[in-house]
Write a protein that binds this ligand. Structure first.
Ligand code: PMV
Length: 359
């Protein structure tokens, strides 16, 4: 494997910013939903097990960075038009921690503006989309100064350092992050694209996100990953995640929906089971989360439509299904599931493209 840490720090990347240099870059980047979950990490954002995700289409962050040559590093962060010092401080810390990789940064003053395309208080984690959009902008600036080609692997590497799941957001359709013998070229340090190794049915898969609660998460993912350290089931979980990766990769290739459903639902419930037995423990599902899960399983048994669910670290339910079932599932959501949603809200999303430049 390439020695990325040294490559990205090498002299070749040590750019001098020309005097009077200024400009603006902009990128939008998608959120993603994990099928095999990343829950537990070690060292510098190294996952305890590999994970696989769908890249989403509608849930995106759009980030612009205005930059100009300055005597020292300057940084301001605006979220949806308003200065947000708390989030800004988090991103600034990331930049300062990894300054060795971005030596040009202390010669620039940066003005960052970011917004999400998904609604406020939808309970959707935005760190994957926002951090990957930010990193895309940063690499764009670097490319303008010193390098003339875009390296998505590098974008994934730095997105991972900012937020683990963000490493998977830089590729279209599906991504795998974490070293596994089941996939050549996979790595703990960056995600790899899976688009060429999946059955066509998954390339247009739907994800209808049922908003059970729009409240802020009660446990941050940083705290959640931390709790895995004392969790007595952690070793069994990591072993099982690896087995699930092997089985899911085969099912994704062949289009085996039964295995896909089995693993996806089991992974979602395991993530929540791990939180239930952490110390302190967290119950992140709401009564309506369970009602929806029951309804989905009944619907699948009765109709044989291959609809399944997954969950993130919160109460909202992602409904996953092939595009050709969209009409029937839409009716099911409207007629049966919407009543369990907060103000009847859901987001009709689907598997989508990777990041795109906005300027
Ligand atoms: O990237 P983080 O540190 O926010 O962790 C994400 C964890 C989950 O969303 C629960 C699972 C995953 O693999 O995305």
């Amino acid at each position: 494997m390439k020695d990325l840490e040294n490559l990205y720090k090498s002299e070749a990347y040590r750019g001098e910013v020309p005097n009077d240099y200024q400009g603006k870059v902009g990128w939008q980047s998608p959120s993603n939903i994990a099928l095999v979950k990343y829950w537990g990490k070690k060292g510098k954002q190294i996952p305890q097990n590999p994970s696989i995700s769908f890249t989403l289409s509608k849930c995106r962050s759009e980030t612009f960075i205005g930059f100009e040559k300055a005597d020292s590093f300057g940084f301001r962060f605006f979220f949806e038009g308003k200065e947000n010092p708390a989030f800004g401080a988090k991103i600034e810390k990331f930049l300062l921690d990894y300054q060795a990789f971005f030596p040009f940064i202390n010669q620039l003053s940066l003005n960052v503006e970011s917004r999400n395309t998904f609604p406020h208080s939808s309970g959707i984690a935005s760190s994957a989309s926002s951090m990957s959009a930010f990193v895309m902008c940063l690499l764009d600036i670097e490319n303008q100064i010193v390098i003339k080609q875009f390296d998505f692997q590098k974008a994934s590497y730095f997105s991972r350092l900012a937020s683990g799941s963000a490493s998977r957001s830089v590729y279209p359709k599906m991504a795998l992050w974490g070293a596994t013998e089941a996939y050549e070229g996979s790595s703990d340090e960056y995600a790899v694209p899976l688009e060429n190794d999946i059955h066509p049915i998954f390339k247009t898969y739907r994800d209808s996100i049922l908003i059970v609660s729009g409240e802020k998460k009660t446990v941050s993912s940083r705290a959640g990953h931390g709790l895995m350290e004392g969790n007595p089931y952690a070793p069994a979980r990591y072993a099982q995640a690896n087995q699930n990766i092997n089985k899911l990769l085969a099912a994704l290739k062949s289009g085996d929906l039964d295995t896909f459903i089995n693993i996806t639902e089991s992974e979602a419930l395991q993530l929540h089971a791990l939180m239930l037995c952490s110390n302190p423990s967290f119950i992140l599902m709401k009564p309506n989360t369970l009602r929806i899960i029951e309804e989905v399983r009944n619907f699948r048994n009765e109709t044989k439509i291959p609809l399944c669910f997954t969950l993130d670290a919160g109460p909202n339910v992602h409904l996953l299904y092939p595009e050709k079932e969209a009409e029937k599932v839409d009716d099911f959501i409207k007629n049966t599931l919407a009543t369990y949603c907060n103000e009847g809200r859901w987001i009709a999303d689907h598997v989508g493209d990777g990041p795109k430049p906005l300027l």
